[in-house]
Design a protein around this ligand. Structure first.
Ligand SMILES: [Zn+2]
Length: 264
């Protein structure tokens, strides 16, 4: 059975995971909407968190801030994004996380998408990845780098050509895929054709309809995703699973139980 966890507050991810019956915890290291460098709030710091997680058997995942956009043509966003991503990767290594989830980002409506894919290549080229990054597919936008399998194919062609490109992982968010216009049936094999790998699944239901382009997560079995197809996808992906669903410990525990029961 796969490792299953939830996105939780970073102050004590070990206690939060235990409360949810989880064996993994995804956290932000600092403000998800801010540019300030990573910050470990666990008492005792990074080393203490690393040791506590190892002792408790909890897999840690870091989610990079949403403001990061290494694809953009705007220098004042792209350059700080590369620097912040490096800092997130370094901090993730210090706490013993398996990787850093980072959104695919986007270019402006008037931009050529190829410039965005090439900016990804440059970002990977420059990154010293002590732990891998997991690029996550996103739901919205016409010029997003990771909405839909066709874009993933082009993104991975660019990323693979970078120094260190082989280490770049993929995070498949089920809400983003469905709301972004990818049917869940057969999605694992289509993604694998594009990226060659799935390192993490974000198992989220969607409050919005297929191809809506909206990004509003729902608890599993309560949204628009076909439940049987969601369960099949999680099983076929064969990767650690994180729920980023509404509510607190009780709701997350129910979502984790849903995965354990329906994917058994
Ligand atoms: Zn996600």
């Amino acid at each position: 059975m796969a490792v299953i966890g939830a996105h939780v507050d970073q102050s004590d991810p070990i206690a939060q995971a235990r409360e949810r019956g989880a064996d993994a915890a995804q956290i932000f290291l600092g403000d998800p909407q801010g540019w300030k460098g990573p910050e470990v709030r666990y008492p005792g710091g990074a080393q203490a968190l690393k040791e506590a997680a190892a002792e408790a058997g909890i897999t840690l995942v870091v989610h990079a801030p949403y403001v990061l956009n290494v694809a953009t043509t705007n220098n004042r966003i792209r350059i700080p994004s590369r620097k912040l991503l490096q800092k997130q990767v370094d901090a993730a290594a210090e706490i013993g996380a398996i990787g850093v989830v980072v959104h695919g980002g986007h270019v402006l409506a008037t931009d050529d998408e190829e410039v965005g894919f090439d900016n990804w290549r440059k970002a990977v080229d420059q990154l010293e990845a002590a732990v891998p990054i997991f690029i996550e597919n996103t739901a919205g936008g016409k010029k997003a780098m990771a909405r839909g399998v066709a874009k993933l194919t082009r993104l991975w062609e660019a990323v693979r050509s970078a120094d260190g490109g082989d280490a770049v992982g993929f995070c498949l968010d089920t809400c983003h895929a469905y709301a972004g216009g990818e049917p869940l049936a057969g999605l694992v094999s289509r993604v694998l054709e594009a990226t060659g790998r799935i390192d993490l699944v974000h198992a989220n239901d969607s409050r919005d309809a297929f191809d809506s382009g909206a990004d509003r997560h729902a608890n599993l079995g309560t949204g628009s995703l076909p439940a049987d197809e969601l369960a099949t996808l999680i099983r076929e992906a064969g990767a650690p699973v994180i729920v980023e669903t509404p509510g607190g410990a009780a709701e997350h525990a129910a979502d984790i139980a849903w995965i354990r029961e329906s994917c058994d």
